[in-house]
Every structure is written in C-alpha cells, then in structure tokens.
Design a protein around this ligand. Structure first.
Ligand code: SF4
Length: 312
C-alpha cells in the first residue's frame, strides 16, 4: 500500500510549493513514484471538490484513511483572539485542521521558515506561530511535547523558501525509515548542520577581509552588506538552486532566511558594526581573537584578491 501525503498551505505566500514543483532530479512525479507516495491532497495538484475534500479530512481524522506525511507550508494563524478565523478553509479555521491532521499523522513536516518558526508574520496581528517553535522558543502551535505517530517531533525544513532537494531527501529518509538526525531546532542535521558560509565561493575574500561596500563586486559581503552566511545554518551553498547557483554566488548577501529569528528587526543588506567591526561575528568566533586575526589577515591579503575589481 502506498504511503500517503497531505500538503497544507497555511499562512504563507506559496513559495514552498513553487520550490517543490521545481524539483528536477528526480522531478516531483518521479519522486512520488520512487517513494510510492500517494498525494491525498495538495492545493496546487489536487482536483477534489470542497465536499470531497471534507470527506477526505473526515476519513483521515476518523482513522479510516492512514496519513503518513502531513506537510504544512506557512505559519499557523491564530488570530483574531485565538479563533484562527483570519485563515480559513471551507469556513473553518485552518489551525483546527492542522491540529486534527497532526494528531493522526505518522510524520509532520514543517516546510519553510514560516511553518517551522512563525517567520514573517509571527508576533504580528495575525497571531501567527510555527508548528512547534515560536521563533527560537520551543512550543509553537502544537506545543513542546508534541510527537507525531513515528515518535519524532515536527521535522523542520526552514528556508524562504525551503530548498526542494532538502524536502525531497527528508521525505525519502523518513519513507525508508532511515534514522534522521535533527539539530537543536529539529531540522535535519544533514542540511542544517553547516553554515551558508561553507561552500560560498567568496570564502577566500572573507578570510583576508577583502570587503565589498556595493552590489556587483567580487569580495565578501559580510563586513558591510549584511551577509549572514557565517551565522545562518542552511544548505544554500551545498544544494544549489537550479543546480547551479546561490545568493552569495551571484553577489547577493545571505539574509539568514533559515534562521529561527528570521526576519530580524534590522535592515537587510547592512552590517551593524562598531568602529567597522561587525557586532555579530561569525558563529563561534571570539571577539578578541577576531580583532587580532582580521587585522593581520587584511594586511596579508594577496594582490590578486585586492585587485579583484580590475580583474573581472
Ligand atoms: S559572502 Fe557571505 S557566505 Fe560568502 S564568504 Fe562572505 S560572509 Fe561567507
């Protein structure tokens, strides 16, 4: 019997669905076939009437139809006043649907930063939150103690949007009952145990503090343009978009969209600094050592790196 999947869009822009539909190797149809996954419902792929959809939900929540994967895209909207009526399906609050389906699912996967941590709308008038985290705090909509039928908590695949290959490989691992190591934010360690900085082609510029102050240049974007690559955990320079690129590879600073605290209450594309030293240093770096090392590194930068602008 094929495993079953229900994909729900809650408070979101739909970007994670766009990402999913961009799967290439395998493409989405091939992935579903390989994993023997039956899509019970996906708002962009399914063709059920409202009545048929209601019947499906009743069948799942009564236990008649088993649910192996509940994938939720978007934050859980709880407003106004905890009713959830800002975000409804068939006249009912989607948050109640999330709760009913999660209670039956073997695995619950939060796809994207909004579903994982609340994202853009958290703390706002919509009373949005993540499935099992509210920003960095455990809890969220389902509560800290929630475990799916498999015994795992909600598996988070953050990103704005989540990378389709991370979604696909997580589904594949869970479908095969392979062990899935999670980090402290319940995201697969395989993809969220490394920094965006690792794999960035500008690393050599970073090491020698060859800095950029404007877009379109070739140095490191950390010192003035707000790049969060050395602070944000994510697969962006490991799983390339369209198998060929990432933000930092094309000269756009990482905005830290996989971080639980995304978006930060500070402007993108600028680095907060004191006396030209970033206030937030690369993850795990001690300030005293940083000050000593970076001054020497800049002085030792090879000419070929310093002359980057004339060598384009
Ligand atoms: S551009 Fe960002 S990710 Fe790339 S080396 Fe600089 S800090 Fe790291």
């Amino acid at each position: 019997m094929p495993a079953t999947l229900y994909w729900m869009q809650a408070g979101a822009c739909g970007g994670d669905t766009w990402s999913l539909l961009s799967l290439e190797s395998p493409d989405l149809a091939q992935l579903l076939e390989q994993l023997e996954l039956q899509v019970l419902w996906h708002p962009s792929l399914s063709n059920l009437s409202a009545a048929e959809h209601d019947q499906l939900v009743e069948s799942i929540t009564s236990g008649a139809t088993p649910l192996d994967f509940l994938c939720v895209e978007g934050s859980v909207i709880q407003g106004p006043g905890g009713t959830g009526m800002f975000d409804t399906s068939g006249g009912r609050a989607k948050k109640d649907l999330v709760a009913r389906l999660a209670a039956r699912a073997r695995h619950v996967i939060a796809v994207g930063t909004c579903a994982s941590f609340g994202g853009l709308c958290a703390d706002g008038a919509t009373e949005a939150t993540g499935l099992q985290f509210h920003k960095t705090r455990k809890g969220g909509f389902l509560g800290e103690g929630f475990l799916a039928g498999s015994g795992l908590p909600v598996v988070n695949i953050p990103g704005c949007p989540a990378h389709h290959d991370a979604v696909a490989s997580t589904l594949a691992a869970l479908a095969a009952n392979a062990p899935l190591q999670l980090n402290e934010h319940n995201a697969p360690l395989e993809h969220f145990g490394l920094l965006v900085h690792q794999g960035c082609l500008r690393n050599e510029y970073h090491e020698y503090r060859v800095e950029e102050r404007d877009f379109g240049e070739r140095g490191c974007l950390f010192f003035h343009l707000g790049c969060r690559g050395p602070l944000a955990y994510g697969p962006c320079n490991k799983l390339l978009w369209n198998h060929r690129s990432s933000k930092t590879r094309v000269g756009v600073p990482c905005v830290g969209c996989t971080e639980p605290s995304f978006p930060k209450a500070q402007p993108f594309f600028s680095t907060r600094a004191l006396a030209e030293i970033p206030i937030e240093l690369p993850h795990g770096v001690d300030r005293a050592h940083y000050l000593a090392y970076k001054g020497m590194a800049a002085a030792a930068a090879p000419e070929r790196l310093k002359r980057r602008k004339t060598r384009v």
